[in-house]
Write a protein that binds this ligand. Structure first.
Ligand SMILES: *Cc1c(COP(=O)(O)O)cnc(C)c1O
Length: 390
């Protein structure tokens, strides 16, 4: 029996893994003895703050946390989320019905379509974007429809340009600000238009917001839920991964419209058994404890951003410093494709960056650089790039 032939269409029809070629080349370059600098993955290089780790050490010894967690998450964690939203965004949430604990927000994003998409329903997703949006819609049997984020629109979707029949048929819309990969941000006027469209066409908005705390120059990104009417049409995904450098811990949450939160909860209760309660205890410490670690993070990434943007612009690139996220979205030099440029930078400079088309066709012509190495390494990146002639 050929097991590979038995695989479901949802697996075999996944778009080709665009990073496979980069991964192969990375290994090849590494084997030549080159000191690789990896700016490919959006994973914070700084450790989880100490007070959170200490809380986990204490929590893990407690037998009451060793049993199956509650599906929706510990009440105390959901309360911590609600009070964090109140304090940070002035958004009031009912911890019982409007907050759902997730095993990392990726999990919730991947599962939410199962609650809303029937076979052949249309799901909208911003492109370039987090690849999970498209996969979520497709795994539920839906048709995924890209909404382009263009530089001339400051990487915000042009809602008026979405065809009427698509709006009519669409069930949900995934989007994300502050944005990975472009670094773009959205303000109230954009969200107001989005909510109006959602109301008119009955589209569930799935706003993915893990980067609201990773912002610079005193700028404070807003939550989609701050805008009047948001709770009638949507939910927001959030995560402790980026704010508290906890990517490995797997803790996130979905908040907002109670029917959407309940529906996602229903899917999850049939698939998983909730996040480890010791991790949730550490999450409470993160959300309610000393927030100095978040300020520290902003200072570190802002310095890296300033260093790298300046260096790139000196080399003839044209990069605007992003107000948020730890990504630089860089237009490739004339004559290059995204993959062509990323390949040359890897082969000749030993630097891993992500080709923009890995985030969707609309990302072609760009590369993404994650600022996940220290300033000395970034200086080395600038030096190596200046030795290449584009
Ligand atoms: C990092 C990231 C997430 C968060 O993922 P977790 O599963 O919570 O670690 C979600 N969306 C985007 C766009 C991200 O970049």
């Amino acid at each position: 029996m050929n097991i590979a032939d038995k695989r479901a269409n949802r697996i075999t029809q996944l778009p080709p893994y665009l990073f496979a070629e980069i991964d192969r080349k990375k290994t090849e370059v590494q084997q030549r003895g080159v000191d690789i600098i990896d700016l490919g993955v959006g994973d914070p290089d700084l450790p989880t703050p100490e007070h959170i780790v200490r809380k986990m050490q204490e929590a893990v010894t407690r037998p009451e946390y060793h049993t199956y967690p509650s599906y929706a998450g510990m009440h105390a964690f959901r309360e911590a989320v609600a009070s964090w939203y109140q304090k940070r965004f002035n958004v009031t949430l009912d911890p019982e019905s409007e907050v759902l604990t997730l095993i990392g927000s990726k999990e919730g994003i991947a599962h939410v379509s199962l609650a809303f998409i029937n076979p052949n329903d249309i799901g909208l997703y911003a492109s370039p974007g987090y690849p999970v949006y498209q996969v979520s819609i497709k795994f539920a049997g839906g048709n995924s429809y890209p909404i382009p984020l263009l530089e001339k629109n400051r990487f915000l979707p042009d809602l008026d340009a979405i065809p009427e029949d698509i709006k009519k048929k669409a069930k949900l819309f995934f989007l994300n600000y502050p944005n990975n990969p472009t670094g773009a941000v959205a303000e109230a006027d954009f969200y107001e238009g989005l909510i109006a469209m959602a109301k008119e066409h009955e589209i569930l908005i799935c706003h993915d917001a893990p980067y609201t705390e990773m912002s610079y120059d005193g700028y404070r990104p807003m939550s989609f839920l701050e805008v009047p009417g948001a709770k009638d049409v949507g939910i927001e995904f959030h995560s402790l991964s980026k704010t508290y450098r906890m990517t490995g811990w797997r803790l996130g949450f979905a908040v907002g419209n109670r029917d959407a939160v309940q529906a996602l909860g229903k899917v999850k209760s049939n698939i998983d058994s909730g996040a480890f309660e010791a991790v949730q205890a550490a999450g409470i410490e993160a959300l309610t404890g000393d927030q100095a670690c978040v300020d520290e993070m902003r200072i570190i990434y802002q310095r890296r951003r300033d260093l790298m943007v300046k260096a790139l612009n000196k080399l003839g690139f044209s990069v605007t410093p992003p107000k948020a996220t730890f990504y630089l979205w860089i237009r490739v030099p004339r004559g290059y494709t995204s993959a062509g440029f990323a390949t040359r930078v890897l082969e000749e400079a030993g630097i891993v960056i992500t080709p923009g088309n890995g985030f969707g066709d609309e990302g072609e012509g760009y590369v993404r650089m994650a600022l996940t190495v220290n300033e000395n390494r970034l200086k080395e990146v600038a030096q190596r790039l200046s030795d290449l002639k584009f």
